[in-house]
Design a protein around this ligand. Structure first.
Ligand code: KG4
Ligand code: ZN
Length: 313
């Protein structure tokens, strides 16, 4: 990052490696973090046309996430900070997602209702201003992305299920199977996706063939309906005019389409990050780090990683 500009963002995807196991194996993930760390830093510097001694501050994700992976990133950033005599910034993974839709906008971060939908989280958050967030509600069990991935597995699709379901759903009938819209009438902003996954599981043995596109389209519609409806209600309840959609699942084409339509109907402005900034990436962490650094905030070198780090205390 330089000013408001992203000079480089390297993602060393481990999807191909984890696909062999059908999901993320923490030990495998951290070993690969170690292996790719130096080449990734080198590539980012080359792309940005910079050398390490030209960097003003070093940041890393301090949580939430897998402990061993967080530790490798944070240790590297701290080591560089010490070595080059520059500050270190510990960044919350969820704040990275939450603010990613504001990246590159003329106004920057402003009041909004944020929906974060990732593999580990499903949260509705009110953004009052940069650094001031209020948790409106979250999932009681599976995250939206987790539901996509688990249902993908049930359907025999490669890991991760999300993008594969999205692709197959395009050819499918969204109304063929009437899956539950859990918690739609709960009157609050909590979510639950494990019942939906269970109803897919119970349905499968009853089917003589596997109409994959229809199953994907009907399942996806149930997830999207709840996400969109609760977001609209949250915007109404909090009198917010902007919706900021983020996290890996915000790449989903049907979620984008329905959220866009609902926002237009309700005269809300929708901000969604470009897909490269939706799934986990360094750019969104760099963006938050740059905002903090501009305000003079840094983190002590003694600050630790926290696999369960919360966005709102
Ligand atoms: O934000 P992210 O990259 O990592 C976490 O912080 O968890 O989100 C990954 C999740 C996975 O569950 C993946 O299946 C889901 O995002 N995902 C999608 C799509 N692209 C990624 N889910 C539905 N449709 C997509 N197009
Ligand atoms: Zn993430």
């Amino acid at each position: 990052m330089r000013g408001g500009e992203l000079l480089a963002s390297e993602v060393a995807s481990q999807i191909a490696i984890h696909a062999e196991y059908g999901g993320v194996v923490p030990e495998v993930a951290s070993r690969n973090h170690l292996r790719v760390l130096r080449p990734v830093i080198a590539k980012a510097l080359t792309d940005a046309g910079l050398t390490l001694d030209q960097i003003d501050a070093f940041a890393a994700t301090s949580g939430p996430g897998l402990a061993t992976s967080l530790m490798i990133g944070a240790s590297a950033a701290k080591g560089l900070a010490v070595g080059f005599g520059k500050p270190y910034l510990a960044i919350n993974h969820m704040e990275g997602h939450l603010l990613s839709p504001f990246f590159g906008t003329a106004e920057g971060v402003r009041p909004a209702v944020g929906l974060i939908v990732s593999g580990g989280h499903t949260m509705l958050v009110e953004i009052e201003e940069f650094g001031r967030y209020r948790l409106l509600g979250q999932t009681l069990d599976d995250a939206a992305g987790e539901a996509f991935d688990k249902v993908g597995k049930l359907l025999g699709l490669p890991y991760p299920g999300g993008p594969n379901i999205d692709r197959l759903a395009k050819e499918g009938n969204r109304t063929r199977f009437d899956f539950p819209r859990s918690m739609l009438d709960s009157g609050d902003f909590t979510f639950s996706f494990s019942g939906l996954k269970t109803s897919v599981r119970y349905l499968l043995p009853k089917l003589t063939n596997l109409p994959l596109p229809d199953l994907c389209a009907s399942f996806q519609e149930a997830v999207v309906d709840v996400l969109v409806e609760k977001t609209m209600r949250a915007a109404r309840a909090r009198r917010q005019r902007v919706v900021a959609l983020s996290g890996g699942v915000s790449c989903n084409s049907r979620l984008r389409e329905k959220m866009r339509a609902a926002c237009a109907t309700n005269r809300l402005e929708l901000l969604v990050a470009n897909p490269a900034l939706c799934t986990d990436n360094a750019g969104m962490i760099g963006y938050v780090a740059a905002l903090k650094f501009a305000r003079g905030e840094t983190s002590p070198l003694t600050s630790d990683i926290d696999p369960n780090l919360r966005l709102v205390a």
